[in-house]
Ligand binder design. Structure first.
Ligand code: PDD
Length: 287
C-alpha cells in the first residue's frame, strides 16, 4: 500500500499525470526514513531536513509534522516487515509545461514503504571497494532533490567497476558519496567534511558524530583533501539504508591494510546499540 494525494492504494493502482512537474522537470524533493521494529528512526530530524529541502525549492510544506507522522504510521502499519524504509516524495504538482512556478496548483504527495535490507554481515566483515570521481553536481547538494541524474550517473560508475560507492571530490576536496556521506579515520581521529551547500546533511552523519562525542572518540569536522582521503587509515560511508559501511579500497588501491578497522568496528557497535535503545523508546539523542 502506498499513499498518493490523500488516498491509500495498492501501488499498482497509483498513477500520476504525465504533466506532473516531478516527471517533466524533476521539480520536487524527497526523504528516505529507516524504520526499525515498526518505529521511524530519527523522524524529527528527517522532517526537519524535509522542511529545509522544501524551503530550498520554495514549496510550501503540504503537512504539519503531526500530519506527516500520522500518514507514516498508517503506511508502516499497511506494509509487511518490522524493518522498512519510507520514501516521501513531494513535487510542485501538475501544470501546463512552463519552467516558472505555476500559480494555484496543489503539490503531489507520494509515500511508499519498502523492506529495509541493511548490508549483509559478510560485507561488514570484508569491507567494500569504492571508486572516486569528480563531483559534477549542482551547487545545492544540501537539498534532497528528486532530480538525481548526476547521482545516478556517478553511482553507476561504481556499479560498472564492481564497487559499492562513488566517492566524490570537488576541487581537490572530499564532498560525499553518490548516495552517502563519507568519513575517514587517521591516527585514530575521525574526520568528515562540514555541512555545506556541497553535500547532503545526512541524518546518519549526525548520529555518527553524536556517537563519537558520546563515546569520547576524537573527531574533527573540517575540509578533507584528496591526499588525506587516499592516505587515510580507514574510510567509512554512512546512509539511512546502508547504516555504516567500511570502504577498504579506492580506485583499486587498498585503504590501510585493506580490512575494516577499529574505528568502523567501534562506531558500528555503538550505532547498533543506539538503534536498539531508541527502538525500545529511549532517548532520541545519542549522547
Ligand atoms: N540517500 N548523501 C547523499 C547524496 C544521499 O543520497 C544520502 C542518502 C546521504 C546520506 O543521508 P542519510 O544518512 O540521511 O540517509 C548522503 C538515501 C538513502 C537515498 O537517496 O536513497
Amino acid at each position: 500500500m502506498i499513499y498518493l494525494n490523500g488516498k491509500f492504494v495498492p501501488i499498482e493502482q497509483a498513477y500520476i499525470p504525465v504533466l506532473d512537474r516531478g516527471f517533466i522537470f524533476g521539480d520536487g524533493v524527497y526523504e528516505v526514513i529507516p524504520v526499525y521494529s515498526r518505529k521511524p528512526f530519527r523522524l524529527a530530524n528527517h522532517l526537519q531536513r524535509l522542511q529545509h529541502s522544501l524551503d530550498g525549492i520554495r514549496l510550501k510544506n503540504p503537512h504539519t509534522d503531526e500530519q506527516w507522522q500520522d500518514l507514516l504510521v498508517q503506511i508502516i502499519a499497511a506494509n509487511e516487515g518490522d524493518d522498512q524504509y519510507l520514501y516521501l516524495h513531494i513535487t510542485r504538482g501538475v501544470a501546463k509545461r512552463d519552467h516558472a512556478f505555476p500559480a494555484g496548483i496543489a503539490p503531489t504527495v507520494f509515500i511508499m514503504s519498502n523492506p529495509l535490507l541493511t548490508p549483509p554481515q559478510e560485507l561488514l566483515l570484508t569491507g567494500v571497494p569504492a571508486i572516486t570521481a569528480q563531483d559534477n553536481r549542482w551547487g545545492r547538494c544540501d537539498i534532497k532533490a528528486i532530480s538525481l541524474l548526476p547521482n545516478v550517473l556517478l553511482r553507476q560508475l561504481a556499479v560498472d567497476s564492481g564497487a559499492m560507492e562513488t566517492v566524490l571530490l570537488r576541487e581537490g576536496f572530499l564532498t560525499e558519496g553518490a548516495a552517502s556521506n563519507i568519513f575517514i579515520s587517521k591516527n585514530n581521529v575521525l574526520l568528515t567534511p562540514p555541512k555545506s551547500h556541497l553535500m547532503l546533511p545526512g541524518i546518519t552523519y549526525d548520529v555518527v558524530l553524536e556517537l563519537a562525542q558520546a563515546h569520547a572518540i576524537p573527531y574533527e569536522v573540517r575540509a578533507i583533501s584528496e591526499e588525506e582521503l587516499r592516505t587515510a587509515d580507514e574510510v567509512l560511508l554512512t546512509s539511512s539504508t546502508k547504516e555504516i559501511m567500511p570502504i577498504v579500497s579506492l580506485d583499486g588501491k587498498l585503504i590501510g591494510d585493506g580490512k575494516p578497522g577499529l574505528m568502523f568496528k567501534q562506531l558500528n557497535q555503538f550505532y547498533q546499540q543506539y538503534k536498539a535503545v531508541t527502538m525500545r523508546g529511549g532517548n532520541a539523542a545519542a549522547v
